[in-house]
Write a protein of this length. Sequence first.
Length: 202
Amino acid sequence: MVTAANAQNSGKLVGKDFIFIAIFGVLLFVVFFIFAMVLGTNANTFWFTHAIGAVPAGIVWMYLLARVPQRGAILIMSVLVAGVALLLGMLWTGPVGIVVGGVLAELIVSVGKRSTVKNVIAFAAWTLAFWVGQQSMIFLAGDSYVDMVVQSGMSVEYGQTLVSFMQSPLIAVAGVGCVAGALIGGFLGAKIFKKHFAKIAA
């Protein structure tokens, strides 16, 4: 019989791991979603959603990796989060970015021995890929992006401001902010759940 402890040691995911991945994957998305609702009230702050939301989301990420360190957990969680995002109406490039981020994060943590630093860097890569995925629709859709924003219930001015932001130097600030926020959130989560990481390293 495969027990949870044996599964963790052998790298196999068991039933309760999938439940944990699902719960905390949804929680991770909810954190970003809440910040998107708050910061999205102003088009000038919307693209900082990932940077600011990554701080509390990093705590969720690090706890998830502490409880389910097996290979594949991040990718499964990413696919789940991407699915939830699609169901809630996010444009398809966002979910694609989430899945790509999951692949990158898996590659980062799979190289050599798992460590807190790698988990944090993986989260930074995941967050940045999520952000790039969402904002890339502006460049793919071109002039029709504003029409898409209007169809979602926002004003023409709101859509134009989103586009103008991404065409300004602030795009670099938001991108760097994604990485910085994720690093802060990741290390904050590692500090809070230090005992969990000590058990994994043992």
